[in-house]
Design a protein around this ligand. Structure first.
Ligand code: SF4
Ligand code: SF4
Length: 178
């Protein structure tokens, strides 16, 4: 089949040759401005623009969405009833749930509840989809791992006592009851 090549003549813009230089100038201006603003703060004794990690930790706002975790009730059981809504809502399909039957107060529980943190994008859809407030976005953001297997969090790793998640649950309730 013969190939027809069409050469398109684009109109030359008078300032197009200036564009790379203009970008460099703007970039230098932004860096210089931040340098002098931070220098001014430093000279006034303020150090709040630098966090000396790991000795210091950044104080996150209540709305922070860290890694999703499972709520562990006072009796040690998970609050999750394995309905699968979070699994369905997750846009990266990083949640895997195998439900199982139980004779306890809740009818089902997740025998397997895994989250592949290497694929989680902290969107919070699982938290929003959950009808039981059983999965919430914690304040934990330091979850790096040296292997892909280390990024696979199982139910036992994900369970966090409800007392430690009170800040987030209170925030959610105040947010949605507005
Ligand atoms: S935060 Fe988003 S990506 Fe992560 S497990 Fe929940 S729904 Fe999936
Ligand atoms: S965490 Fe919530 S939405 Fe997900 S399976 Fe359990 S009860 Fe259902």
């Amino acid at each position: 089949m013969a190939v027809r090549i069409v050469k398109v003549k684009r109109p030359t813009q008078p300032w197009s040759s200036m564009r790379p230089w203009w970008a460099v100038v703007v970039g230098l201006w932004v860096s210089t401005r931040h340098f002098f603003v931070n220098l001014g703060r430093f000279l006034r004794g303020s150090q709040d623009f630098t966090v000396h990690f790991p000795e210091q930790r950044f104080v996150h706002p209540p709305a922070l969405r860290g890694m999703p975790v499972l709520v562990q009730m006072e009796n040690g059981k998970e609050r999750c009833v394995a309905c699968g809504l979070c699994e369905w809502a997750c846009p990266t399909t990083c949640i895997t749930i195998f439900p199982a039957e139980t004779n306890n107060e809740v009818e089902r529980y997740p025998e397997v509840f895994d989250i592949d943190m290497s694929r989680c994008m902290f969107c919070g859809y699982c938290e929003e989809a959950c009808p039981e407030e059983a999965i919430v976005m914690s304040r934990q953001v330091e979850i790096s791992s040296y292997s892909r297997q280390g990024s696979l969090w199982h139910k036992e790793d994900l369970l966090v006592p409800i007392s430690q998640l009170k800040t987030r649950i209170d925030y959610l309730r105040s947010h949605y009851e507005r």
